[in-house]
Design a protein around this ligand. Sequence first.
Ligand SMILES: Cc1cc2nc3c(=O)[nH]c(=O)nc-3n(C[C@H](O)[C@H](O)[C@H](O)COP(=O)(O)O)c2cc1C
Length: 240
Amino acid sequence: MELIEAIESRLSARAFLPTPVPRATVERILELARLAPSGSNMQPWQVDVVTGAVRARLIERALAWAQEHPVGSNENPLRGDPGGFRQPYKQRRFDCGMRLYAALGIDRRDKVAREQQLLRNFHFFDAPVGLMFSIHRSLLPGQLGDLGIFMGHVMLAAREFGLHTCSQGFWQDVSPAVHEVLDIAPEYYVYNGMALGLIDAEHPANRLEMPREPVAGFARFLGFEEPGFEEPGFDAAGSG
Ligand SMILES: Cc1cc2nc3c(=O)[nH]c(=O)nc-3n(C[C@H](O)[C@H](O)[C@H](O)COP(=O)(O)O)c2cc1C
């Protein structure tokens, strides 16, 4: 698969087929992802890959933990304050949720239906494999970007094997259960989970359109006075 195709076909899948993903395939994805750059090559990523009984135990324990603790009780200074996000981020975040609920036919006032969709996170959206990404707390927040780049590599490498992913910051909210079931030492910070598997392409949750800002909305070009080189084979008008 071409890189452009991998980038353009990646999306956050929120419904997967139960088809198992072999361990060898996940290892090949991680073989590629480990080539990601990191500050001073510190490679500050730790990954736990779960499937089968361990995945089931993680889901069960996380659900139980969430029942025993009020929403938002797992304090996380690195997460940001959802209520306090400034514009335009607040609006984009709201829009993201609205698009998901609209695709699923969920009325935004229907709290029960919204919570049921949130519960899908616990189940990795039925993906057979879950990945849990953590980082040593001594490297926070400086190297968190490295971990994000690594995760981006995982997402794109997965496309090469016909697989899809969904990053899940959600798992931070139930991280005590993750530490417990996966035996992750307290000095490691559980940053994100990720669902991995074959996409259920027919599912409405996978038919969202998540818009992006045009380049001019976030990039400034400074000092480009001379014409640059012509990139071979790149269609500047876009590839599709
Ligand atoms: C770090 C990170 C955490 C995310 N956490 C969640 C999550 O917990 N649950 C979820 O359904 N989607 C999650 N997403 C998916 C985003 O909502 C999604 O990337 C965004 O809406 C853009 O859509 P796209 O990935 O389909 O292009 C997360 C994405 C990233 C990069």
